[in-house]
Every structure is written in C-alpha cells, then in structure tokens.
Design a protein around this ligand. Structure first.
Ligand SMILES: [Zn+2]
Length: 279
C-alpha cells in the first residue's frame, strides 16, 4: 500500500510541475508572441500595391487592370480586414489568391474567397492540403513549376521552389517590374523560423541560392516581420549558415546562438537550438 501511495504522490507532483511549467510557458512566451502576431500594419508600397504586415503571415494586395492579386489570406480578425480591403480595391474584378504554403496563419481567410481563384503549391496532394488546413476547400490551381501572369503593367511570376524548405511545397511571388518578392516563410525578418515536420534547413540554403540567382530582387516581403531590402534576405541566409556552423563547431555554438538573441523566438520550438537539431 505504501509503495502505491508513494507512486501516486510522485505522479501528482509530476503532473503539477508539468501544469505549472505549461502555464509559465504560455504566459511568458506564447501569449505575448500571439499578441504581437495579431497586430497589423499597412504599407502603401505604391498606387497599386498594398502590403499588410502581421495578423498572421504578411500579405500583399496588387491591383491590376483586370484582376486583383492577393498573397496569403491571414487568420482571424486580420483575415476579415484583408478580405474587406481586397474587395474594395477589386470593385467587382476577379480576385486571385496565392497561398505561399498551407499553414493556418497564411490560409486562415481562404473561406472568404470562395468562388474566386486560389493558387497553391503543386507538391501537395489534396489529402495533405485538407489535413493541414483543416478544410475541404481546395485550391483551383496547383503550381508544379511556375505560373506567369502577364498584364499590361506587371509580369507576375508565381514559382514553386525546386527544393522545398519550409513545407513540401513553397510558393514565392515575384513582381518583375516592381522587383518585389513575396517569400512566404522561406524568408523571415528578425524572427527565428519554425522548422517542423517536413521543413529542411538544407532546403532553405538551396532556396536562397535559387531565389537570388533567378530574380533581380529589390524589396523582400518576408513571411513575418517588416518588409525590407535585400538585407532581409542576406540576414536570414546568414542565420542558416551560422546554425549550420554551430551544428558542427561546439566551441562556437553558444556565441553563434547569442547573435540571434534579439530575434523573435519561442524556446524549444522556434529557437536557434531547434534549428541546429534539424541540421
Ligand atoms: Zn507563417
């Protein structure tokens, strides 16, 4: 009897510790991170291009002669707001929504675009899409290689990166005349990436080479964080090079990790150490 009581006491203590740890983690890290993520900011890039930062992944609304192009549909309240603005700008023109990838912060508003055209990465299967988005609403166009939309004012390249990095299929959208690249979560600004499931650090490194060779970049709209110059791209590339080095060089590891203390992160999941474990 005594041993059973002891086991019960130890189990109760473990559960209590686990719950307390969970609460502390939630209130110290997850809650402030979610609050920060919910904030939105409008950036008028020019007369025809509006960037909406935050509220999930960063989005863009591009006004063209015969249509409106939207990149990523956000989540929660921000998704409703984005859709309202896109509708207002479209004035009845068709909307083409491109999803850079299937994560909820990028597809959370897809249901609002029922009846419009939705474009997603061609490496996904219908089953994977339904499973990851939690919805039976499927994209209309799956881009296996690339899809070019030619208009009077802009040439839009929607490209499925050959070596996937963040998920099984990562689409980027390049506006050739404006030299603006929407990267989805293949590039982030001042934020540590979440590398879960099929995410591959080597895929990121080859994606960086591929994108800088293929496109004459001027402005980067990262998946999260502020838009910026090519520097956003090179900083994020340097992060992966540093973490690759840290995975092999234990003497340098702590110093390389400390370089990124100022970036948004979540201990254990979205952290330099979590990236190093993936190499
Ligand atoms: Zn994201």
């Amino acid at each position: 009897m005594k041993i059973i009581k002891t086991i019960l006491k130890i189990s109760a203590a473990c559960i209590a510790l686990f719950l307390i740890g969970g609460f502390v983690y939630y209130f110290n890290y997850i809650k402030p991170f979610k609050e920060q993520m919910a904030k939105t900011m409008l950036v008028n890039f020019d007369m025809n291009l509006l960037i909406v930062q935050g509220g999930g992944g960063n989005s863009g609304i591009l006004l063209l002669d015969s249509m409106v192009l939207v990149v990523d549909s956000k989540m929660d309240e921000a998704a409703l707001e984005l859709h309202k603005i896109a509708n207002r700008m479209a004035e009845g023109k068709p909307i083409v929504l491109v999803n850079t990838h299937y994560h909820p912060d990028h597809v959370g508003g897809n249901h609002l675009y029922a009846g419009q055209t939705i474009v997603a990465g061609g490496n996904y299967t219908e089953q994977l899409w339904k499973q990851e988005t939690g919805s039976n609403q499927l994209p209309d166009i799956w881009v296996k290689d690339s899809l070019i939309i030619e208009t009077r004012t802009e040439r839009i390249s929607i490209v499925n990166i050959p070596n996937p990095a963040h998920t099984e299929s990562d689409l980027v959208v390049f506006l050739n005349n404006k030299k603006v690249l929407f990267t989805g979560d293949v590039v982030l600004n001042n934020q540590i990436p979440l590398l879960q499931g099929s995410a591959k650090p080597q895929g990121y490194l080859s994606a960086f080479d591929y994108l800088s060779n293929r496109f004459d970049l001027n402005t980067i709209v990262p998946g999260h964080g502020n838009i910026g110059s090519k520097k956003v791209f090179s900083n994020f590339k340097q992060y992966f090079l540093d973490m690759n080095e840290a995975s092999k060089n234990s003497a340098q590891k702590d110093a390389l990790i400390a370089k990124y203390d100022g970036w948004a992160q979540l201990p254990f999941f979205m952290s330099p150490r979590a990236t190093i474990r993936k190499f």
